[in-house]
Design a protein around this ligand. Sequence first.
Ligand code: PGA
Length: 255
Amino acid sequence: MRKPFVAGNWKMYKTVSEARHLVSEMVPGLQAVSGVDKVLCPPFIDLLAIAALLEGTDIGLGAQNMHWEASGAFTGEVSPPMVAELCKYVILGHSERRAYFGETDATVNRKVQAALAHNLVPIVCVGETLTEYEAGRTNEVVFRQMKLGLTGIELPDGNALVVAYEPVWAIGTGRAATGKGANAVVADVIRVALAEQFGSQVSQEVRVLYGGSVKGDNAAEFFAEPEIDGALVGGASLKAPDFIRIVQAAAASQA
Ligand code: PGA
């Protein structure tokens, strides 16, 4: 039985004071839901303040990216030990990083290695673009991202890794995938790649999320699918009632 997992990817939104305000609005509602791993991923600059606000709660904290080196002359970058002092999770390989910041399967792989070496749980994002989707290349693209992103990786157990299937055409567009469509990619591609890399038992333990225009009113459709264990939420994670509703839907899917 995989525990549902819902993470909010705040992207480049919320100053420190805005972030503090949003988290104070969210904490009571999130704390009221049990049986779900709840994670907030604000911008780097907010992490210290939010870590303090989340102390003593069961809400996890994650970064949205990091460098693979532990330290060095890398102006503007943030290292795994810096993230690990404040966070348990780190989003890696988000499609916006791939599209706008030169992230490749090879850099994702280095970052996943580094995350695991520093006891961070990577949330590795994969997903096809609209052009790839329309050309019927979804499975091929997602399989390649999984294989190359996870090359050489070993896991102590399935809880050390989270994967997010995020079709790029569904991110921020209001055009979500269907539950059935996303479940098929997770079942036929992502879990197959996980099994090849980590063996069948671990492949069944890893939580696989869906991401792309998840909202309060469509979340249940995804959580009802057997191979989808939660959501990576962008836009709807910036409003306390919307994010809480999605977390509640994840809890309800277990009932
Ligand atoms: P969205 O973003 O929910 O705003 O579509 C999802 C993501 O990019 O993780």
